[in-house]
Write a protein that binds this ligand. Structure first.
Ligand code: PSU
Ligand code: MN
Length: 311
């Protein structure tokens, strides 16, 4: 390797140069969040959803130490199928590059890299947040502090219900991360439509999100992340009773097996996928496809505004 610069997929490089809409996508959901072999198929479907809504997908990840914005199909396949792909947060990016690792970027790392690449909109499933028991374990996702300093719109279905949602919303407020509901004033809980908390703000259209981004740019005030919380329709959520049972079992297994650190989130997601016989997987896929579609429509609306509104 000659240098550690970001590598761009050709299509993404062209779109960024021409000011066409681009949507960043994370790779941890592919390598660690979804089971094989569905993960690769879903990763391609997510990109397709972005394309169908008129934007260029830029899935971000690290291949043999190269930080890539816009993985090609061979690179995506590699991160979805080989063993030993590391889960990379922001703090891991340089170490992984210098040691030539294969790695998948979390919400935190994807946001940071996308913003550095000049991409203003990112679609994911659910953010990381404050874990239950965090008062003892101090387990709070780096997604939160990274979004505090990273100017990017993140379309997600709230934070996973495996977390302490109330504590996560409090931390987002402290950290100055904007949170708006998409056509709702209730914060979604990923698998569940409503996590039980009110939101101060709601937006009704991709154009309105683009207007928020434009207002940020024009006000000149430094802003970090803008969370656009896009809930599943009630009839598409995971059955709440099944959800509650599965979560209780998963948390007990976590304690029994002594799982800690960055293994916690993949462990709980895998438990949900197996314990619900794929019901949570189907919900997870619907969430991410809907978010990819909305993020692409936001990127299109932002690119249509006269100034560089996505900056
Ligand atoms: N949401 C999902 N699947 C995932 C994740 C989130 O539906 O795999 C990943 C994201 O990459 C997120 C990470 O940034 O989990 C959070 O991990 P942690 O709690 O260790 O920060
Ligand atoms: Mn953690």
């Amino acid at each position: 390797m000659t240098n550690f610069h970001i590598r761009y997929g050709t299509e993404v490089a062209d779109a960024l140069r021409d000011g066409r809409p681009v949507v960043a996508l994370e790779s941890t959901i592919v390598s660690h969040g979804l089971p094989r072999p569905d993960n690769l198929r879903v990763a391609r479907q997510i990109e397709q959803a972005v394309r169908e809504a008129g934007a260029v997908p830029a899935t971000i990840g690290m291949v043999a130490g190269e930080l890539v914005v816009g993985l090609d199909d061979a690179q995506l396949t590699r991160l979805a199928t080989v063993d030993g792909v590391s889960k990379l947060s922001v703090r891991d990016l340089a170490v992984a590059a210098a040691t030539g690792a294969d790695g998948a970027t979390t919400v935190a790392a994807t946001s940071a890299v996308a913003a550095a690449a000049g991409i203003g909109v990112f679609a994911t499933g659910g953010l990381g947040g404050v874990h239950r028991e965090a008062a003892q374990t101090f387990d709070e996702s780096a997604d939160l502090v990274t979004l505090a300093r990273t100017p990017i719109a993140v379309v997600c279905a709230g934070v996973k219900s495996i977390l302490d949602v109330g504590a996560t919303l409090e931390r987002l407020e402290t950290l100055g991360v904007s949170v708006v509901g998409y056509r709702t004033r209730r914060f979604p809980g990923f698998y569940l439509t409503d996590a039980g908390f009110d939101l101060d703000w709601s937006v009704d259209s991709p154009e309105q999100v683009a207007a928020v981004l434009a207002a940020r740019a024009e006000q000149g005030v430094h802003h970090g992340g803008l969370i656009v919380a896009n809930p599943l329709p009630v009839d598409e959520q995971l059955d709440p009773a099944l959800h509650d049972r599965t979560l209780a079992d998963g948390l007990a297994m976590l304690a029994r097996d002594g799982v800690t650190g960055k293994a916690v989130t993949p462990f709980l997601l895998a438990h949900f996928h197996s314990a619900t016989q794929g019901a949570s997987l189907a919900v997870n896929v619907r969430i991410i496809l809907r978010n990819a579609d909305l993020a692409a429509r936001i990127a299109v609306a932002a690119a249509r505004r006269p100034a560089d509104a996505a900056a």
